[in-house]
Each structure stands twice: as structure tokens, then as C-alpha cells.
Design a protein around this ligand. Structure first.
Ligand code: DC
Length: 209
């Protein structure tokens, strides 16, 4: 069974996808980490994430087994990821490893921006997890402050708006719900309620056959 979980930054899709994978006993891939890995590799080499040749070279030499660096979760890696993710050759270079992961026997859960539309258009279940910009910025601010990062709310809101515009406005694989996706708005749901709603959707579709 392949489950595609897409949605904007800080929508709760990662938490949900991880939990679904654990519950269903499926392997899980956070595809954002691949783009973050590329963005961070370019930054660490002293390059610019706007430099397509540098980003493509980083994508081609990315080791998917080496994505447990804490810095990958940071804002700098996230912003660089969003820039390299707008480059068609970078997306193409990362496509096969995502599809190979999804093709594991028994299936997998993948989360990202284009899983239901591009990576796994034939996924058995597609969830599009979203929440209002204000709620997502609020969650991201809380997360950052818990990590001890000092940042003001306006800055988080502004970064989130820019990231949304880049992820949704790019010409290749923009962030849009697949036509057959179940849209789950988590603005007023906590993680438990979002998980219950997603699982109910999946099991009712399984029952319907
Ligand atoms: O989900 P995330 O915040 O870790 O993703 C980081 C960036 O990577 C995001 O701004 C857009 C990009 N991304 C993408 O374009 N396609 C994916 N499947 C996953 C992430």
C-alpha cells in the first residue's frame, strides 16, 4: 500500500505521515529531507542555492542514507531546499530514489509536496494536509522557540509566505492537491485528531475496496 501525504510547510504532514507509517507498519520517507540535503550541501560548500549547476551536482551526489544531520531541520536548510526544489533538473535527479522507495514490497508512506501528483500518481491513498498560514506560522514559531531559536513572529510569517509562494508558484511540480486527494485541514485539529481523521479515511476506503 502506497500512501502519499502532501502539504505546505508546518501543516502537520510530517507528524501525520510518520504516525501513519508506524501504525500501518510501513517504511516512511520524508522527501523534504532530500531537498534539504541538497540545499544544505550547496550552502556548506560555500555556494548559493540559486546556482543550478551547484544544486544539480549536489543532488546527483546526495547520499539518502546520510540524512540524519540535525541542521537539515533548520530554517536555513529549509529555505535553501525551497530554492533548489524549483529547479527541474534537481527534481528529476531526486525522482528515481523516491520512486524506488515507494516501490518497496508492501509499500511505503512518503510525504512532500508532489507525491500524489508526480512521484506516485497511482498511490493507493492521497492526503493533502493543510492549515491556515497563521496557524502554520504559529506552530513553526513554537517549534523554533522550543529549540531555543530567538525569532520574532513577523519574521516567521514572512518566511512562510515566501516559501509558500515559491513552492506553489514554481512551474515544475507546484504544490497543489492531487485531484483525487483527501484534503485534511488541520487548522483546528491537534495531532491526535488529524491522525484519527486520516486513518478513518484510509480504512473506510479500504473497506469500500
Ligand atoms: O517539507 P519540508 O519543509 O522539509 O520541505 C523543504 C522544501 O523542499 C520545501 O520548501 C519544498 C521542497 N520539497 C519539494 O519541492 N518537494 C517535495 N516532495 C518535498 C519538499
Amino acid at each position: 500500500m502506497i500512501i502519499a501525504v502532501d502539504g505546505p510547510a508546518a501543516s502537520g504532514k510530517g507528524t501525520l505521515a510518520r504516525r501513519l507509517a508506524r501504525h500501518l507498519g510501513l517504511p516512511y520517507l520524508d522527501t523534504g529531507l532530500l531537498y534539504r540535503g541538497v540545499g544544505l550541501a550547496v550552502l556548506r560548500a560555500g555556494g548559493s542555492p540559486e546556482d543550478e549547476a551547484a544544486a544539480l551536482a549536489a543532488a546527483r551526489s546526495l547520499d539518502p542514507a546520510a540524512l540524519d544531520d540535525a541542521e537539515l531541520r533548520g530554517e536555513a536548510a529549509g529555505n535553501a531546499a525551497s530554492k533548489v526544489a524549483a529547479m527541474p533538473p534537481v527534481r528529476a535527479a531526486l525522482l528515481e530514489m523516491q520512486r524506488a522507495f515507494a516501490a518497496r514490497p508492501g509499500g511505503a508512506v512518503l510525504d512532500g509536496r508532489d507525491i500524489g501528483t508526480v512521484v506516485c500518481p497511482g498511490a493507493d491513498h492521497k492526503l493533502f494536509v493543510t492549515a491556515s498560514l497563521e496557524k502554520r506560522a504559529e506552530r513553526r514559531l513554537k517549534e523554533l522557540r522550543e529549540k531555543g531559536v530567538e525569532i520574532i513572529q513577523e519574521r516567521v510569517l514572512q518566511d512562510m509566505k515566501e516559501r509558500d509562494a515559491r513552492d506553489s508558484g514554481r512551474s515544475v511540480a507546484p504544490l497543489v492537491p492531487a485531484q483525487d486527494a483527501f484534503v485534511l485541514d488541520t487548522s483546528e485539529l491537534d495531532a491526535d485528531a488529524a491522525f484519527a481523521a486520516a486513518l478513518e479515511h484510509i480504512t473506510s476506503r479500504q473497506r469500500a475496496g
